[in-house]
Design a protein around this ligand. Sequence first.
Ligand code: SAM
Ligand code: SF4
Ligand code: SF4
Length: 371
Amino acid sequence: MVKPVIPIRKETPGGPLPLIPNTLSAVHGRTLDRRQRPLRDLRISVTDRCNFRCTYCMPKEVFDQNYPYLAQSELLSFEEIHRLTTIFVSLGVEKIRLTGGEPLLRKNLETLISMLAKIRTPQNQMLDLTLTTNGSLLSKKAALLKEAGLQRLTVSLDALDDVVFKAMNDVDYPVRDVLDGIEAAQKVGFQGIKVNMVVKKGVNDHEILPMAKYFRNRGITLRFIEFMDVGSSNGWNLDQVLPSAEVIAKISEEFPLEQLDPNYSGEVAQRWRYQDGAGEIGVISSVTQAFCHECSRARLSTDGQLFLCLFATEGFDFKTLIRSGRSDLEIANAVMQTWSNREDRYSEIRHLHTKDLERKQRKVEMSYIGG
Ligand code: SAM
Ligand code: SF4
Ligand code: SF4
């Protein structure tokens, strides 16, 4: 059995920076990493728990009743998440995604959302505040999320066929309930909902067309994600990756597509539109077309460790820092210093990561770090 990964905790950088700004507003806009990538996007994992056991993310054999989930006292509180978010926003972050684990399992999440929705950028703009969910609690929670100020939603769904979907979520969860959740979200006014489908060759690739057909003309953007080697327990194998180019070719045969420009620099998904006007789809090709050169994402784990890459083996301990009486400016400086030393570009150098290296440097699980 594969043992769960306990992430390495690094002390956050201490000591003075060469140029320490003396107000938070002076810090703004200075956060480039070693590859000149700005910090724009923060993903916050609000729980490491989930009610699904997707085989590619939290396989049952590893995430069983003995798995060392975080204790309540280890989780960042809403006040701590709000404080850190405010600091990240002062450094240039414009987009916040709440994720997990299953974020809707975190009690009173709508309270956190309403706190985050009030934060403004230094230019007095609202944040792009969004959430990724497996949809199982969406029917119940959609109205509360909308009222709290959540702007956008991504729902994960890997197949329309119940047998295939149940085998992938591995808890016998039916497709219909996720679709009901999506419809409930549309009814309360969420627009531009995205649906994420992880494609595993030989497992659900025959569901690509049925999914495309279903979500066309519904105002929903379906995004196909290449199966990734996140974490150290999902048994990833390159043979199970269906390149996005094949997804596009398959759909184009039936519904001709044309490529669109990205909405903004650093957008993860490549955009395509149906030529007949039925909407758009996206492909996220982390394996076959790495996009590290534009990656402006940091991840904050459920217990306040900052990760600079989805495939990181170590995080920086911001929970200890914020619980030790440091000022916002000191924490902002620590974030700046951490980001300015960043060199991560795992997907571009994936081929260099041999099995031996992986065994020595085990990657952190996605459910903990936030997808
Ligand atoms: N539980 C929520 C959900 O499933 O939407 C949020 C967390 S989940 C880790 C975030 C996203 O990561 C989901 O869309 C999921 O399908 C995707 N994901 C998880 N494991 C993956 C893998 N090995 N390869 C590609 N995508 C993966
Ligand atoms: Fe849970 Fe999301 Fe991971 Fe599936 S992908 S096991 S729903 S966290
Ligand atoms: Fe960003 Fe790391 Fe993914 Fe590259 S591999 S795009 S650096 S998260």
